[in-house]
Write a protein that binds this ligand. Structure first.
Ligand code: ZN
Length: 81
């Protein structure tokens, strides 16, 4: 991904830790401290494949958390069972 340009505006991508908005099974999860590529012009976020897979795992666990909290917020570095 490094050196790639943004698909939307052609801006340069920077690696940063972000609060990621991640959609999974019609739910939106917010996950903190996710390493992402962020466009320095439009702010579009891109995730590397291993990061994306981990977000899916966190979202799967988040489905259980969802029953007790209305705003699912997880840490990227959280322990995954
Ligand atoms: Zn862009």
């Amino acid at each position: 991904m490094k050196g790639d340009r943004c698909e939307f505006c052609g801006g340069e991508m920077e690696q940063r830790r972000v609060l990621a908005r991640f959609r999974y099974k019609a739910q939106t999860f917010y996950i903190e401290n996710v390493p992402a590529w962020v466009c320095n012009k439009c702010g579009e976020q891109y995730f590397d494949a291993p990061v994306y897979k981990r977000l899916e795992r966190i979202a799967q666990q988040g489905e259980h958390i969802q029953k007790t909290i209305s705003f699912p917020l997880a840490e990227f570095d959280m322990a995954i069972a």
